[in-house]
Design a protein around this ligand. Structure first.
Ligand code: ADP
Length: 162
């Protein structure tokens, strides 16, 4: 049976760190689904459509990757996709507290699920979407932090209205 791995996240915006994790997962598993969360309670800066577009732009070169969106419980989405592998990225030890809690909850609700933690290349360990938004809003070059096609979208969003 093909091993489907789900990589869920807000991707607000999708950074080079996220892409690094997608590429790693795609080398390990038969199929990777980048699942963009539709959780209005999180009040994302980029709309769901924009975040999906970002993910689609970067997976164009990865033949065994796809983009989807989900709302509600992640484990219900996993079951619906007949997937048992959940990918999460670990940047620093401080990510672990939160990730351990979520992985434990998910396993409690779906005992077959296996959360697989992948580490990005160390040059991306400090790339957090929140920080990227903040510095790009203040004029930092977006292409340092996000893949080139996404940098164009960021510049458009952050460029002062004429
Ligand atoms: P969420 O709101 O679900 O945490 P994020 O988009 O912030 O969504 O992150 C999705 C996943 O990607 C999480 O597992 C997070 O730890 C991981 N991640 C975020 N930034 C990076 C990065 N720079 N390198 C590797 N993994 C990352």
């Amino acid at each position: 049976m093909a091993q489907i791995a789900i990589y869920p996240g807000s991707f607000d915006p999708l950074t080079k760190g996220h892409l690094d994790i997608i590429q790693r997962a795609a080398r390990i598993f038969d199929h990777v689904i980048v699942a963009v969360s539709n959780n209005p309670a999180k009040k994302p800066f980029f709309s769901l459509a924009e975040r999906i577009q970002m993910a689609e732009l970067v997976i164009r070169d990865i033949p065994n990757a796809d983009v989807d969106t989900y709302s509600g419980l992640l484990v219900d989405y996993l079951k619906a996709r007949k997937a048992r592998i959940l990918i999460r990225g670990l940047r620093v030890v401080s990510d672990m507290d939160y990730e351990f809690q979520i992985a434990s909850f998910n396993r409690r609700m779906y005992k077959e699920v296996e959360t697989v933690f992948l580490m990005p290349d160390e040059q991306y360990t400090y790339f957090a979407s929140s920080l990227v938004k903040e510095v790009c809003r203040r004029g930092a070059p977006a292409e340092t932090f996000v893949p080139a096609p996404i940098a164009r979208l960021l510049r458009k969003r952050f460029s002062p209205k004429k």
